[in-house]
Write a protein that binds this ligand. Sequence first.
Ligand code: ADP
Ligand code: MG
Length: 238
Amino acid sequence: MSAPLVDVSGLTKTFGADTPQELTVLHDLDVQVASGEIVAVMGESGSGKSTLLHILGGLDRPTSGTVRIRERDVFTMDDEALSTFRNQTIGFVFQFHHLLPEFNALENVTMPARIQGRPISEANERARALLDMLGLADRAAQQPATLSGGEKQRVAIARALMNAPDLVLLDEPTGNLDARTAAPLHNEIETLRRETGQTFVLVTHTPALAAIADRVLRLEHGRLHETTLPDSAFDSAS
Ligand code: ADP
Ligand code: MG
C-alpha cells in the first residue's frame, strides 16, 4: 500500500501555553488520509476544527507532533520552503471567501499561479476553464463585491484548485450559504474528486455535505473519532 497523502501523528495544539488562558484544543491526534479520499470533519463550534485544518494546511504550527503530506514533514521546513510547498500542494477554501476585493474573479483565481511566476496567458486559460467548470464563465470580469455568496465561494474554490493541488482543504465552504445555494456546490466537490482524484478534507456542520465524504471524523474534547452519520442525515435537504 502506498503511503497516505496526509499522515498526522501525535498532533497537539495548545493556545496560551503557561498562561491562565491555556487551552489545549487538539490533543495527541493521529489521523491519516489516503490519496483520493474525501474526509469530513464535524464537531461543535469551538471544538478546534479550523485549528486542525489550518495546521494541515501549514497555516499554523502545532505545539507538538508531526504532519506529513506526501511524505514531507511539513513543519521541519523553513517559512519559505513551507510557503512554496503550500502553494504547489495545498488548496485552501476559507469559511469566508477571502477574495481580494480589488481584483476580478479571473484575477483572483489566477493568483496562486501568479505567485509561482507562471505565464499569465497560461494561468488565464486554466482559470477560465475552472470558472467554466464551476458555472461562472460569464462572471470572470466581475469584482467579488458584485458576486452572490455562492458565486464568491465558487471563485474561492476555483482559486484553491488553480495549481492542481494534491490536497484541498475546505473550512465550512457552504456554511454561510442557504441550502439551495449550497447543494450544487456539494455535488461539484464530489464531481471534482471523481474527475481529478484530488483529496479533500472538509469541515462542515451540514449533513448534506458530510454525506459526500468517504469518512466522517468527529472532533470532540481535542480528539478525533470515526463516526457514521445517521441515515436520516442523508435525506436532509440542507
Ligand atoms: P472551530 O473551528 O471548531 O469552531 P476553532 O479551531 O476556531 O474551532 O477554535 C477552537 C478553540 O481554540 C476555540 O476555543 C478558540 O477560541 C480557540 N482559539 C482558536 N484560535 C486561537 C488563537 N489564535 N488564540 C487563542 N485561542 C484560539
Ligand atoms: Mg471554525
